[in-house]
Design a protein around this ligand. Sequence first.
Ligand SMILES: [Zn+2]
Length: 64
Amino acid sequence: MRLFECGTLVPGCEWHTRADSDAEVVRRAVDHLRQTHGEETIRETMVENIKARIRDDAPQPAEQ
Ligand SMILES: [Zn+2]
């Protein structure tokens, strides 16, 4: 699994997401940034920032 924690990009935000692929993690993170942080336009640099912060995560069966 791949993990992205929004707090690495937006200090203080507790939101995080896990997915099988980086592409899915990025898609969910972009949705979150739009809806929660009011980022109406997600720039390429923002996507790069998200990708740079995605890391491997052990499977979490309880959350599936
Ligand atoms: Zn957030």
